[in-house]
Design a protein around this ligand. Structure first.
Ligand SMILES: *[C@@H]1O[C@H](CO)[C@@H](O)[C@H](O)[C@H]1NC(C)=O
Ligand SMILES: *[C@@H]1O[C@H](CO)[C@@H](O)[C@H](O)[C@H]1NC(C)=O
Ligand SMILES: *[C@@H]1O[C@H](CO)[C@@H](O)[C@H](O)[C@H]1NC(C)=O
Length: 508
């Protein structure tokens, strides 16, 4: 056998294997061959029929959506082989839209659509066809189902679900870093043509960003984009159907992109030297002043830790970092003394607490400054030799007798002389007096234990050079009882005894 003969045999064999024939099908079913040329595909012609077992594939009509003609749109024709064309057959339509949307000429079997159809509303209609004998009302063909499939036209533009997207990407990201994906949807038929095939392009935002045409993924397109230079970008993305070709429909969306901060800036002290002053009298813990380094970054990338790293006052001062203000507060660690040391120098370092190893090459992420601290002399108030004094005195002592002496000195290096006085509110009867120069307290009126056993005074010491610098000390004077009927005077009192003396009277 020749090759041609083998092929012929093979064809014959395939032909015989196939149980359905075009003729048979036509006999068994109504002729639903669509006559509409619009939107017909090869799947509905006789040839395709031939390859179908039951041949239902051809049971479809195709209709273009959004028909704009003024007449009814022709859909197709039902036809039975039993139809002799003498009008004895009646074609009947039922199912989706039968009688309203789709009408049939009962004599000819022509089907029309009565109004414009939107595929996106309903993509296919299932109907049933019947052919009956008009006289006997007996079906001449079994009822059969068929579909009117609505063909898509590109009548929908791609739309984005959001009008404005917001997205962010770290500054300094490598080129091609994905920022966000935007997706537009197109209501047209994705299975037919390119009406729903969307291509993305960037209308605004170049050269900083790009968009992947197929996916809508927005990526960075420039290296070293620096938030400290520019933080906000507005990118406009267009989605166009018909695969982005001319004539396609398009929709746009806006993407607000914010560059987020990374730690790409070190802290910097604005001054190389900072001068601070502190009175020597300031107690331990007193804040002397603050230093502050600036950092162009934000948030934790701008966070700084301060420390004293060198200088001649490292043991005398502390520095604490104040989180909320990002300042370094310098405090007194040990008591200061102007007479011992008047100037200290500290080297203070500010260092970022959150450092990103990727940006080490931009570092070091720290800076130093010199802090000079001047200790100031302070005019300190007088200091008494004791915190309180208790003097005991017999009630019958001579007027003018010194009952005790308080002592005070000026702690300043200038050592101003002291002036003493009595707080008159504590001695309303003016019984006592004080020698302003030496603090000796003496009586100026007679004492009487029966009237008052205690005289609690307040003595004021003031510096003559600076009278506002004062200190007070309590002086408790206790009056001791004396047997008036049998006085026992000390020898040195004798000459001062003044019988029956009255208050304010001076004995001679
Ligand atoms: C987007 O950015 C623009 C301009 O910067 C701004 O006016 C708008 O408020 C932003 N919209 C949103 C939702 O962030
Ligand atoms: C203080 O001065 C007065 C008057 O000059 C004198 O009488 C008195 O003795 C002095 N007191 C002392 C403790 O020296
Ligand atoms: C004076 O002080 C003494 C000792 O502190 C106290 O017992 C007395 O009550 C006080 N007298 C007056 C009048 O305050």
């Amino acid at each position: 056998m020749t090759i041609q003969q083998v092929l012929l045999l093979l064809l014959l064999w395939m032909w015989l294997l196939h149980p359905c024939r075009t003729e048979m099908l036509f006999r068994r079913t109504p002729d639903l061959r669509p006559r509409s040329s619009v939107g017909r595909t090869s799947g509905s012609d006789g040839k395709a029929l031939h390859r179908q077992k039951r041949g239902w594939m051809w049971n479809q009509f195709f209709l273009l959506e959004e028909y704009t003609g003024s007449d009814y749109q022709y859909v197709g024709k039902l036809h039975s082989d039993q139809d002799k064309g003498d009008g004895s057959l009646k074609y009947i339509l039922s199912g989706d839209g039968a009688g309203t949307l789709f009408i049939i000429d009962e004599k000819t079997g022509d089907i029309h659509a009565t109004r414009r159809i939107d595929r996106e509303e309903k993509a296919f209609y299932t109907l049933r066809a019947q052919a009956i004998n008009r006289r006997t009302l007996r079906p001449v063909e079994p009822e059969s189902e068929f579909v009117i499939k609505i063909h898509d036209i590109n009548d929908n533009e791609p739309t984005f679900p959001e009008e404005i997207y917001t997205a962010s990407v770290p500054e300094m990201s490598v080129v091609g870093t994905s920022v966000v994906q935007v997706t537009a949807t197109d209501a047209d038929d994705p299975s037919y043509g390119n009406s729903a095939r969307v291509i993305y392009s960037i209308l605004q935002g170049q050269p900083y960003f790009s968009v992947e045409p197929e996916t809508g993924i927005i990526r960075t397109a420039l290296p070293n984009m620096n938030r400290e230079n520019r933080e906000q970008y507005q990118v406009v993305i267009q989605a166009k159907d018909m695969g982005g070709q001319m004539g396609g429909l398009s929709g746009t969306t806006t993407v607000n992109i914010t560059l987020t901060d990374v730690n790409d800036n070190p802290p910097r002290f604005p001054q190389s030297t900072i001068h601070l002053r502190i009175p020597e009298s300031s107690p331990v813990g007193t804040a002397i002043g603050s230093v502050k380094a600036t950092d162009a970054d934000t948030g934790k990338n701008a966070e700084v830790e301060y420390r004293i790293i060198d200088g001649d006052g490292t043991d005398m001062f502390d520095i604490v970092t104040q989180k909320d203000t990002q300042e370094g507060i310098i405090t007194v660690r040990k008591p200061l003394d102007y007479e011992t040391r008047r100037l200290y120098t500290l080297k203070v370092e500010a260092e970022n607490t959150h450092v990103d190893p990727r940006f080490y090459y931009l570092g070091p992420f720290k800076d130093t400054t010199i802090v000079k601290i001047s200790v100031e002399d302070v005019d300190e108030p007088p200091v008494f030799s004791r915190s309180s004094y208790l003097f005991e005195v017999h009630e019958d002592i001579e007027l003018g007798t010194i009952i005790g002496t308080v002592m005070a000195r000026d702690p300043d290096s200038a050592s101003s002389p002291i002036r003493f006085s009595l707080d008159r509110h504590t001695d309303l009867d003016r019984i006592f007096n004080i020698h302003s120069g030496n603090g000796s307290i003496y009586t100026s009126k007679p004492l009487d234990r029966e009237i008052s056993q205690w005289h609690n005074l307040s003595v004021i010491a003031a510096e003559i050079n600076n009278p506002k610098d004062t200190t007070r000390v309590p002086v408790y004077v206790r009056i001791l009882d004396v047997n008036d009927n049998a006085p026992q005077f000390a020898v040195f009192y004798d000459t001062f005894v003044c019988e029956n003396a009255r208050a304010g009277q001076v004995c001679l």
